[in-house]
Design a protein around this ligand. Structure first.
Ligand SMILES: Cc1ncc(COP(=O)(O)O)c(C=O)c1O
Length: 371
């Protein structure tokens, strides 16, 4: 992934300036003899909740567990329904299937890629108990419309913020709108650990306390087994690394946004459709996803030019075995064969940017006959 002229992701660029701090915190944790449920974890829970703007938080092993734990405390029954966008990473939907409740998909918006509030409204029924919204690629969902619908119908909103650390909607961080929000600290996320990590945040202390126990083998305190729980903890080493990294997150996001501006000026008029930023939103470009007509030709060209890319994702969730519903989601379907994720990370090096500029001018000059 790294050994090509323009890699898809390069973590070295953001790690290099803080490598001393990272080594120092690892040495501190090793010397502490305290690797689980430590001071570092508590400090990161407080720091991250403070950054997002919620009163409470609980670290867990990864973003998938964060979603599963958030759903578990809603105590859903098999007859309950949860609305989920049809276009996201599989964890958003598999977490619902694993509760035993019924998954109901909603379409996504063509320009924004996020869940379409009109489609949510169409899919609400008396059985709807929750909506999971995903700030996909770092782009905030239309939270005003979604929260108004949820309040009108008495439905819980869970925000899947795995791709949107630091994104804002109308001046507030995403992750502070719903009943609960779930984050992943997978290494390539905007705020990533050096391994797996996750977190659930909420203003509701009762829910977070219950998740704290559930994720700690059901213990409300040492050897007091209050629930049938599981082991899903954020470990001290990852929390210490995240404590080092958190103060840099806004700078990294600003650098991603600068690269998005570069793309805008490089690819304008190229025949490739560029991501749209809504006026009330601050997009943090976890992924820079374009729509390319004749995608096969486009990715063949990227391969030829040794420019990294990804497809997030090559399937809609209602095509996954165990979640098939036989419905057509017109908007998500209209772009799913066109999406391509371009290289995106903080502090892209000059020679890499030059590589992208060359690629873009070739695209604009129709060197591979895209348009
Ligand atoms: C939208 C979304 N939800 C959930 C997850 C799950 O996070 P994790 O990989 O930490 O389990 C991811 C991570 O890839 C994601 O992108």
């Amino acid at each position: 992934m790294y050994n090509i002229p323009v890699p898809f992701v390069d973590l070295d660029a953001s790690h290099a300036p803080i490598i001393g701090e990272i080594h120092e915190c690892i040495a501190r944790v090793v010397a502490s003899n305290n690797y689980i449920k430590s001071y570092e974890v508590q400090r990161f829970e407080e720091n991250f909740a403070g950054y997002i703007g919620t009163a409470h938080s609980i670290g867990c092993a990864n973003g998938t567990d964060a979603l599963e734990l958030a759903l578990e405390v809603l105590e859903l029954k098999a007859s309950d329904e949860v609305i989920v966008p049809v276009h996201s990473w599989v964890s958003t939907a598999s977490s619902v299937v694993r509760t035993g409740a019924k998954i109901v998909f909603a379409d996504t918006l063509y320009d924004e890629f996020t869940i379409d509030p009109k489609s949510i409204e169409e899919r609400i029924s008396p059985a709807t108990k929750a909506i999971i919204v995903v700030h996909l690629y770092g782009n905030p969902c239309r939270m005003d419309e979604i929260m108004a619908l949820a309040q009108k119908h008495g439905i819980a909103v869970i925000e899947d913020c795995a791709q949107a650390h630091g994104a804002m909607y109308k001046g507030k961080k995403v992750g502070s709108f719903g009943l609960m929000s779930c984050f992943s600290f997978y290494p390539t996320k905007n705020l990533g650990a050096l391994g797996d990590g996750g977190m659930v945040l909420s203003d509701n202390a009762e829910l977070i306390d219950k998740i704290r126990a559930l994720a700690h083998c059901g213990q409300s305190s040492k050897n007091v087994i209050k629930y049938i729980g599981r082991n899903s903890r954020l470990d001290a080493l990852q929390a210490a690394i995240l404590n080092v990294k958190l103060p840099y997150l806004d700078r990294w996001n600003a650098s991603r946004r600068t690269l998005a501006d570069e793309y805008r000026s490089m690819l304008q008029g190229s025949g490739i459709e560029l991501p749209v930023e809504e006026k009330d939103s601050v997009h943090v470009y976890h992924l820079y996803v374009v729509k390319a007509p004749r995608r096969e030709d486009f990715i063949h060209y990227l391969e030829e030019q040794q420019v990294g890319f990804g497809i997030h994702y090559p399937f809609l969730l209602n095509e996954v075995e165990g979640m098939k519903d036989g419905r057509i989601y017109a908007k998500a379907n209209s772009y799913k064969e066109q999406i391509v994720s371009m290289p995106m990370y903080a502090f892209m090096k000059n020679n890499e940017l030059e590589g992208l500029k060359k690629l873009s001018s070739n695209i604009i000059n129709h060197k591979y006959g895209l348009v």
